[in-house]
Design a protein around this ligand. Structure first.
Ligand code: AHR
Length: 553
């Protein structure tokens, strides 16, 4: 039997669509969250309700899944014969949980694996598919060392997308593939029956209707595992791959592989080199998306205990670099593309723990990490950064959704658990496709020690958005001990109703793991609204994420 550690009090309905009865006017007195700190800091914020800005694309809340360790095999694909509840081989608990947070997209099949993946190996009867090489499996113990079984291929991936309501984002093979292989994959997915022969092959494999895949990535990390190119070399490859794209069957959103945000200098040279090399080829060839990767490592605290303030603050501060990376790459892109035809995509982001803290689910679960409250705070800080840059970002994808780096779930055999970051995505859902609102906060910063160095973090960070009469304000207090008493002055309208949720735990270093209860879950938080509906007061506990939903007049 599959064990679901489902939170009793959280359902999609509970999070997103409160009934009028649930919303208490003027003063919402729900269970007060525990306060962990001794003293409290006062912060004032201003929110204009009548100044909706750019739309926050739902695709910013996207996911990334790769053929890597336990992500696809066991995490998502258990096979139709499995005793684990599944839908045509796909883990049912995964499908249900993804539907609850309205997952907008999945990027697949890699990552580095994309540049060794040949899509024809993953179609047709499963028992006849070849066993190919997967470099991520190189250290597997046993007979399948280095082996990719190809049981999960294009049809299974599209099935996953349809079951969850997600849009597919396929990454094509540049490193060891060809433009022809890419174009035929596009045709296999998108051409109607009776047109090109490869479309009929899809129909013979059981899919009469085209898959209508719009998002196509052209390679992955070409500066590294995707071919070790120079930026101008990759630009040449990019043009070779897209010039003869088969446009007859739909307009694509083409994503070129951008910089390594983890490089000391932010890898601006990659962005500059690529766009420089694209000059003189006309705007038609410019990619629609430029994909930045940024993993949060531990610059100062890798050798310090995982459960220490030094590590906690180091990870959160390093995560904030995302803000600068977006700003700086956007600026360089604008030097060549003044109208910003090309938008930014962040199709790999998340916390990457030191090597000694990986494989926590077992040796086959490559790069698997503990799911911590700290990582949930990191995710919330990052999503707020994305919201604040909504006009620049077309898509972002957390790496990787299950059994890997910064995951939403851990699954092993019949065990399945939601990790704290899952609940951040649940609480932030109403931001998807809403319009950003200007949230001005005078919160200031605090400093803390990480190893021998000092880190600086905001006392409170956040973002706000509006969709019709519904407003969402999300906030993160990264301080380990000190709560924040926040007063939000509303203008340009009044709030009629307010309610809030908080994600925190007494133990800031708490982790979720398979076989253990999900102790970190959103809980109701007390929020007060004055009778005029113009001032909101809330106490944000230490090391907490808060989501406040308002119904506005
Ligand atoms: O997410 C793990 C790996 O990190 C991806 O395969 C690669 O693109 C990146 O370096």
């Amino acid at each position: 039997m599959q064990k679901h550690n489902l939170p009793p009090q959280i359902t999609n309905e509970h999070l997103v669509k409160p009934s009028r009865r649930d919303l208490i006017q003027s003063v919402t007195c729900l269970l007060a969250a525990p306060l962990f700190g001794q003293s409290t800091q006062d912060v004032v914020a201003r929110l204009r309700l009548d100044q909706p800005g750019p739309q926050i694309s739902r695709h910013i809340y996207g996911q990334f899944i790769e053929h890597l360790g336990g992500v696809i095999y066991d995490g998502i694909w258990v096979g139709p014969e499995s005793k684990i509840p599944n839908i045509r081989g796909i883990r049912q608990a995964f499908v249900e949980a993804m539907k609850q947070i309205r997952v907008p997209n999945f990027r697949w099949p890699g990552g580095c694996f994309a540049d060794e993946y040949h899509w024809r190996d993953g179609i047709g009867p499963r028992e006849q598919r070849p066993r190919t090489y997967n470099m991520w499996q190189a250290d597997y113990p046993g007979k399948d060392k280095g082996v990719e079984p190809n049981a999960f291929g294009t049809h299974e991936f599209i099935d996953l997308c349809r079951l969850t309501g997600a849009e597919p984002y396929l990454a094509a093979n540049v490193g060891s593939g060809s433009p022809r292989e890419f174009h035929e994959w596009v045709l296999y997915c998108n051409a109607p029956e009776g047109t090109v022969s490869v479309a009929d092959l899809r129909v013979r494999n059981g899919a009469k209707e085209p898959f209508n895949v719009r998002y196509w990535g052209v390679g992955n990390e070409p500066w590294g595992c995707g071919g070790n190119f120079k930026p101008e070399e990759y630009a040449t490859e990019y043009r070779r791959f897209v010039t003869q794209y088969p446009y007859a069957y739909g307009q694509p959103f083409l994503i070129a592989a951008g910089p390594n945000g983890g490089a000391r200098d932010g890898h601006l040279s990659w962005t500059r080199g690529f766009f420089q090399a694209m000059q003189g080829h006309g705007p038609r060839l410019l990619p629609h998306g430029w994909a930045l990767h940024y993993y949060t490592g531990q610059r100062r605290s890798a050798k310090l205990p995982a459960n220490s303030p030094d590590r906690f603050y180091d990870v959160l501060e390093a995560g904030l670099r995302m803000d600068t990376l977006i700003e700086e790459h956007w600026k360089v892109m604008g030097e060549f593309d003044k109208e910003h035809r090309t938008k930014l995509v962040v199709d790999e982001w998340g916390v990457w723990q030191p090597r000694e803290e990986q494989q926590v689910l077992g040796p086959r679960y490559v790069l698997s990490q503990h799911g911590t409250l700290r990582d949930a705070l990191h995710a919330a800080l990052t999503l707020d950064i994305f919201n604040r840059h909504a006009e620049k970002l077309a898509m972002c994808n957390l790496a990787q959704t299950i059994n890997c780096l910064h995951s939403l779930f851990a699954a092993r055999g019949d065990q399945f658990v939601r990790l704290p970051t899952y609940y951040v995505f649940a609480m932030y859902q109403p931001h998807m496709d809403a319009r950003r609102l200007p949230l001005e906060m005078e919160a200031g910063t605090f400093t803390a020690k990480s190893g021998q160095e000092t880190v600086t973090l905001p006392r409170l960070a956040g973002s706000a958005s509006r969709s019709d009469q519904s407003v969402l304000v999300t906030l993160v207090n990264p301080h380990l001990e000190m709560p924040v008493r926040l007063r939000v002055e509303l203008s340009g309208g009044q709030a009629r109703e307010a309610r809030a949720q908080v994600l925190t735990h007494e133990d800031p270093y708490v982790e979720h793991d398979v076989g253990k209860p999900e102790v970190v879950q959103p809980r109701p938080l007390r929020v007060e609204l004055n009778s005029a509906g113009t001032v909101l007061s809330v106490e944000v506990p230490a090391h907490a994420v808060v989501a406040i939903q308002l119904r506005v007049a």
